[in-house]
Write a protein that binds this ligand. Structure first.
Ligand code: KG4
Ligand code: ZN
Length: 335
C-alpha cells in the first residue's frame, strides 16, 4: 500500500517541508535556509529564527505540495520535528503540523530530529540492523546503536560542546564566516601539521569532549598574538580538524569492535565534512563485515525529507501523537 507523508522540519534555522512516498521516494523537498540572515550575527539568533519560520512556513508547505503534485487527500500522515532544537523555532513547525492534522483529520507523527538524520541514510542504502550511527551535528555528538528498527541506544555522547558547535566556535575565532564547518573544511585543505593540540579525554571510552580542544585553539591564538607572531590560519584549521575527527573516528572504531554492527552510518550536518568522510572510509575498510553508508551532501544538513523517511517507519508502527502534543526542546530518543 502506498504511504505518503507530509513532513515538516523547523528545529533550527531551516524552514523545510517535504512530501515522501513509501519512505524513500521524495516527491518534493523544499528547504528555506536563513543562513544569510544569521551570518551577519555570527550564529543563529533564536528570536530572529522563529520570526522567519512564521513568515515562511505556509509558503514552504504550499510549495512542497505543489511540486509534489499532491492534495491533502493524498496525504496519509503529518510528520514533524518535535525536538530537540530551539523552542521558538520548533513551535512554528509543531503548530503548522497540528493545524493541518486537525483540519484534514490526519494522524500526527511527532519525531526526534536526530532520528530523522539517521533515517536520511535510507535514501541511499537499505538500513540493516544492528546498525551503528555516528551522529555529528550542531547540537549533537553521539554514537547511537540500533539493534533493530526504531530502537536507539546511546553508547556515548558529548560531555560539553557538540562537534558542529566546536567547528562554529573555532571558525569564529579564526575570523571565518558562519556556519564555520564548511569554512574550516575548505581552509584545512591548505594547512599542514604545524601546531600541537591536546587530544580530548573523557572518563567513559565512548563519550566525547570538545570544549578543551576549542579552548586550546583560543589560548594558542592569544599566546601567538602576545608574542607578536602571526597565526597560520590554514595550519590551525587543519590541526583542529585532524584532532577532532581522529577522536570521532577512533571512538566509532571502538564501538564497532564492542557492538559488531552490520552497518555504520554517518548522520547530521558535520557528516558533510570531506575529511571526516575520507577518514571514515579508510577506518571502516578494516572491518570487512561492516557496511559503511555516507549520506549525500544534500541530506546531511537539516531538511524535511529525512523527517518523512523516519515518519514512514513511525507510521508503519502507528507511533502517532495527539493534538495536545507540544514542542519539546529536550526530547529524548526512546519515546
Ligand atoms: O544537522 P545540522 O544542519 O543542524 C543541527 O541539527 O545542528 O548541522 C549543522 C552543523 C553546523 O555546526 C555546521 O557548521 C556543520 O553542521 N557543518 C559542517 C560542514 N557542513 C556543515 N561541519 C564540518 N564540515 C562541513 N563541511
Ligand atoms: Zn540537524
Amino acid at each position: 500500500m502506498t504511504q505518503i507523508i507530509l513532513a515538516i522540519e523547523s528545529s533550527c534555522d531551516e524552514t523545510a517541508c517535504s512530501i515522501v512516498k513509501n519512505g524513500n521516494e521524495i516527491l518534493s523537498n523544499i528547504v528555506s535556509s536563513q543562513i544569510n540572515v544569521h551570518k551577519k550575527f555570527g550564529g543563529v539568533v533564536p528570536e530572529v529564527a522563529s520570526r522567519i519560520h512564521v513568515e515562511n512556513i505556509s509558503v514552504v508547505i504550499a510549495e512542497a505540495m505543489e511540486q509534489a503534485k499532491v492534495t491533502m487527500d493524498d496525504i496519509d500522515a503529518i510528520a514533524f520535528t518535535q525536538g530537540p532544537g530551539l523552542i521558538g523555532s520548533l513551535h512554528v513547525g509543531v503548530q503548522a503540523a497540528k493545524t493541518l492534522a486537525w483540519m484534514y483529520n490526519k494522524p500526527l507523527i511527532p519525531l526526534h530530529h536526530i532520528i530523522g538524520h539517521i533515517y536520511a541514510n535510507g535514501f541511499v542504502d537499505e538500513l540493516t540492523f544492528p546498525l551503528l550511527a555516528l551522529v555529528v551535528s550542531g547540537g549533537h555528538t553521539e554514537l547511537v546503536f540500533m539493534k533493530d528498527e526504531w530502537s536507539f541506544d546511546i553508547l556515548g555522547t558529548t560531555q560539553d560542546d557538540a562537534i558542529g558547535e566546536a567547528y562554529d566556535k573555532v571558525a569564529r575565532v579564526l575570523g571565518l564566516p558562519y556556519p564555520g564547518g564548511p569554512a574550516i573544511d575548505k581552509l584545512a585543505k591548505e594547512g599542514n601539521k604545524h601546531y600541537v593540540l591536546p587530544t580530548p579525554k573523557t572518563e567513559k571510552e565512548l563519550d566525547f569532549s570538545f570544549s578543551g580542544l576549542k579552548s586550546a585553539v583560543l589560548q594558542l591564538i592569544q599566546r601567538e598574538e602576545k608574542k607578536g607572531e602571526e597565526i597560520n590560519k590554514a595550519d590551525l584549521a587543519y590541526c583542529f580538524q585532524e584532532t577532532a575527527l581522529d577522536t570521532l573516528v577512533g571512538k566509532t572504531c571502538k564501538a564497532v569492535e564492542l557492538m559488531h554492527p552490520k552497518q555504520v552510518v554517518l548522520a547530521g550536518g558535520v557528516a558533510a565534512n570531506s575529511r571526516l568522510r575520507e577518514k571514515m572510509i579508510e577506518a571502516m575498510a578494516k572491518y570487512s563485515d561492516v557496511h559503511l553508508t555516507i549520506p549525500p551532501l544534500w541530506c546531511c544538513t537539516d531538511n524535511a525529507a529525512m523527517i518523512g523517511a523516519a515518519g514512514n517507519t513511525a507510521f508503519k508502527h502507528k507511533f502517532f501523537g495527539s493534538l495536545d502534543c507540544s514542542a519539546n526542546p529536550c526530547k529524548e530518543m526512546n519515546i
